[in-house]
Design a protein around this ligand. Sequence first.
Ligand code: SAH
Ligand code: SF4
Ligand code: F3S
Length: 461
Amino acid sequence: MAQRRYFIKTYGCQMNERDSEIMAGQLEELGYVPAARDQEADVIVVNTCAVRGSAEEHALGYIGQLRQLKAERPSMTLAVAGCMAQEPGTIAWLKKHAPQVDLVFGTHNLHQLPQLLEQAEASEEMVIDVWQSAGEVVEHLPSRRKDGVKAFVNIIYGCDKFCTYCIVPFTRGKERSREMGAIVAEVEALAREGYQDVTVLGQNVNSYGHDLNPPRDLADLLSELEKIDGVRWLRYTTSHPRDFSQKLIDTIAASSKITRHVHLPVQAGSNAILKRMNRKYTKESYLDLIERVKEKIPDASLTTDIIVGFPGETEADFEETLDLIRRVRYDTAFTFIYSPREKTPAARWEGRDPVPNPVKKDRLNRLMALQYQISWEQNQQYLGRELLVLVEGVSKKDHQVWACRTHNNKVVLIDRDPAIDLTDRFVPVRITGAKTFYLTGEAVGNPLPDSAPRRVELPMA
Ligand code: SAH
Ligand code: SF4
Ligand code: F3S
């Protein structure tokens, strides 16, 4: 019998990417091999994201497209997983509009994929198994990492912050930290395999360890990981301004491995809006935090997330946001139009006091125009500097160049000689050009010798 093949389509954040790697690992243990395209797969998993309406529409659109494929290949198993599966509204929608779906499971029971698949194969009906809350942290799941030199490692699951616009606490459950020993052992094993760029993951990594006995914190964890030979760069995502401690700032400042990229999602500049968002900081305390970061880590690149059009946001509130980004001077800001989410308090306020759509769009445009100008100016500081970059691969837009990343997360494009494969290599470069979204550079030395050229292309889109 021909080998059975799988295909995983992933939407959303890096935690979803990591979950997809674990699903891939489980499927490979069952004997499945990667399919190059969804048309060739015997199992397709759509790993969904619910953070904004647009993310949901993309996933539902793809699930809709698969109806045809399922009609042509009825023996194929189609599974829907991830954050949308945790929403009752999605389940109702799938039952009504997507009979092609064989299996729905959520974020808390993805470790059961092998059994669920078996059930779905044996059943005529859509099998739905979504847990409302998380069980114990499950260790030692198989995994098939997507990349050769970069690795993502979960350290804390869930989120307890309940920002009033956000669905994540409902889709990912309460905060649960992994034991520090388990994380250190995983990163040691990764280092032995040649992974050198390690990112620790959580919806809120600054909360790491408060629920452990004895309690730990992110600074303790990063200090332990720093000691592991073979790890060259250490990153963490995502951090919340509320728990970004002075101890963490000092730990980053003293480290040669922890990235100098500091991502501190601010969401809004108006205190009234921040209060209604339940962010638990003010514009002033946030700016004070940024000053402390700049003082101790002068070479930090700063990035943020901002939402415009939160219910009741006035022009004066929005101008507070513009003022804040002028003062901080972020390298990059990820900007979003507020999207109402099932079960969240802000969705009810959106019903009563919405910002009109054209105003939302206008604010987004003004915000982006200002931020692009600042991003361009920030990037000029890099001209002439020599930096080490990690070559991530051939640029998707221009096959003549390599897309690379610096330790502080800047994109650098360098000329590519097709005869030499630099994928996953660390290369010293000099920065020769600075644009709004990227830098350009030229190699000024040979790639470092100790990279691990082991990348395998995975069928994960
Ligand atoms: N845990 C991270 C954020 C995860 S979601 C944190 O607290 O920083 C990533 C970003 O999506 C958020 O920072 C926010 O800017 C945006 N976002 C979340 N919910 C949203 C919503 N309902 N509408 C628009 N943007 C949203
Ligand atoms: Fe959502 Fe807030 Fe938790 Fe981030 S901290 S995941 S924005 S609830
Ligand atoms: Fe989306 Fe879930 Fe991540 S809602 S952003 S995939 S935690």
